[in-house]
Every structure is written in structure tokens, then in C-alpha cells.
Design a protein around this ligand. Sequence first.
Ligand SMILES: *Cc1c(COP(=O)(O)O)cnc(C)c1O
Length: 404
Amino acid sequence: MSEATTGTATWRDDFSRVLSPVFGTPQLDIVRGRGSYVWDADGKQYLDLLAGIAVNALGHCHPAWVKAVSEQAATLGHISNFFTSPPQIALAEKIHEILDLPEGSAVFLSNSGAEANEAALKMARRAGGGGRPIIIAVDGAFHGRTMGALSLTAKAAYREPFAPGVPGVVHVPYGDVDALAAAINDTTAAVFIEPIQGEVGVRTHPAGYLRAARELTSAAGALLILDEVQSGIGRTGTWFAHQDPAIGEGVVPDIITSAKGLGGGMPIGATITVGTENTGLLSAGQHGTTFGGNPIACAAALAVLTTIETEGLLDRAGRLGEQLRTELAGVPGVAGVTGQGLLLGVELAGDSPDAKAVAARALEAGFIVNPVTPERLRLAPPLTITHEEIAPFLTALPDLLTHD
Ligand SMILES: *Cc1c(COP(=O)(O)O)cnc(C)c1O
């Protein structure tokens, strides 16, 4: 039995003896969560300003989520995709509703963001009847770690050790409409874009970029695929980031991918095809999954979406985010704030310690933040967080940004 609860931190040794090294050494052994807080094995409390990387949309162990998951687990846990279940249909109906999808649109349910993008990739291979070899992604993009999604991910350190990736993937420079225009032609199957790039430090695209991407792909007969795995599910103040006119510029994508916040902590991914033609890219038998769309994950996701609605969390994420942006920008040592709503990048001034050091000190002080790049912290707290809960972090931040 683990002695972690004695505070001797043997869990670190236990971990490295039996678990894969890919994540490095874990920072904490977390045993419990409630709302915006988690507790480690020593009973120390942390304010969770990362929420499992934009996953715990309702915070930890929200009563509506716990009820949905436990009641569903006690009713029907898993079937197979030879069958459907009420939570699966109800969730898909809700997704249609929040995106105001036109008739003929459809939801393919899987288990993660990478899988949602893998399905989109297969759809891209069928664009224009097939035979279009090129798929475009943007520098700074993160689309996941499986071979297909990894091929779309820009960061060389993630991708190059596993070369060759999926053939035909091209990365274009960030924010450069001319480069995008030069890259798109009738050999292009699809362009993948995150409306807000999360892993590169939370950045939006320059004004006009998404609109240009839509016009160029439409003109070339290529698909526009928006990866909203991180930016969706209420985080920016609208259900999906692209529904905010300032971010999405009125663009209607062909395909939207979702995951992270959708399940609120249960693994689920969704690949959403807009309109009959896009839905028809894959036909019966051309794709599948064993676990995808299982009743428990769907019940969890449905609870997330309905609770966001009943608790008015879209509005709250937008307003609290605005307030936070202003307050963070006024903190000495902060050079700027990027992102929107409750998906924020805090850019550290040149004379601040690097983000990793700041995150380590924050953890010591009881705050979970993410050093997403050496110069930026990422904040993606639960959508249920209150200003009162965040206030101690804002008070502590100037000290955390000062060298010893
Ligand atoms: C996290 C993320 C993914 C990958 O999701 P997984 O669930 O880790 O596979 C894909 N795209 C974006 C934008 C992400 O933030």
C-alpha cells in the first residue's frame, strides 16, 4: 500500500516505478477535489486555475455532474455502437442546439481531442470526393499526439522524433493571409485552425485571418476545420469561441472538433459536421470507435452543457474574464494578457522569473497555474470560479513575479 498519506512523498518513487515517464515527474499527488479547489495527499489545498487543462468546466465534483455520472453508471454503463442510448441522442441534440446547426449536420462522438481530430482528418481525405493530398495547419498549432493529429501539430520537438508523419501535411506561418492564400489550391483537402491557439501561449489570430481562411477554402473547394478542443464549451463567453463575432468573424466552418471541457472530466470528443454535404464525407462503415458515445460520458457531457446554461456560465466566463484581464494587466511584472474569457495567457515581463519558476512558486503558495511557454502562464479555471476565489491569487501574483 502507498504511504503517500503519511506525507513522506513515497508516491513519487511509486509513480516512477510503475508509470510511463512521458509526463516527467508529477508535481502533486492529488487525492480530492471540490469546486475550484483540489487537495494533495498531505491535505494541502490548491486553487485550481488550470482545471485539468480547460477540462473541469464545472469545477471538481459539481453535484449535477456527479449525479449524472453516478446515476448513469447505475443505469447503463456501456453498450457498443451497434446500439444507441438516450444520453447519446440527448447530447447530440444539445450540441445541435448550442451550435444552431443546419439540418443534415451530425455529431461523431469519440473519447478525446486527438480522436476528434483524427475523425476530421479522415473526413478531410474524402473532401471533394477524395484525391486531394494536402492538409494545411498553422504554425503554433496543437492538434493532439496520435500520429494523425501529431502530424498537424506544429511543434517540431513533438513531431520530428516520430517522422514520417501523415503525408501531405503543410504548416503555414501564423497570421499570414498571403502565405495561406499561396498554400491553398485545388489539391488542398482542408485547413485546420484553432480559433485560439492554446498550447503556444493562448493567442488569437490577427483580424481578418479566419474570414480569409473561410473565403480561400470555399473558393478552392477545401474544408475549413476549426479545432475547438480547448477553446470551446463556454470558455470564451460563447459556447464555442468562433461564435463570438470578434473571434470567429461570422465564419461558418465545415467541421468543428470538441473535447476537453465537453465531458467536464469524463473522456469524450466530438467531431461535428456542419450541413448534409460535410456529414456525407464519411459513410456507414468508414469510421468507428468502441467507447465513443458511451452512455456515461454522454450523460456527463449533457450535465456539463445543461449546467452551463442553468447557472449562466457563458455570461459569467465573459464578464469575469474581462475583469481578470484588466486586473492581471495591472500587476507589476505582467507585460500583457492574451486570450478571452476564462482562457487567458499571462505574458511575463522580461525581468520576471521564467514561467516555470513562477508556476513552481505559485504551487508552493497553493495556486495551480500552467507555464505554457517560458514567457507565459496559462489560466483556464473552472467556469464556476468566483472572483472572490481568484482574489488571493491576484494578491499573491506580484510577489510570485519578483526574484528572490
Ligand atoms: C488538448 C488539445 C487537443 C488534444 O486533445 P487530447 O484529448 O489530449 O487528445 C487537440 N487540440 C487542441 C486545440 C487541444 O488543446
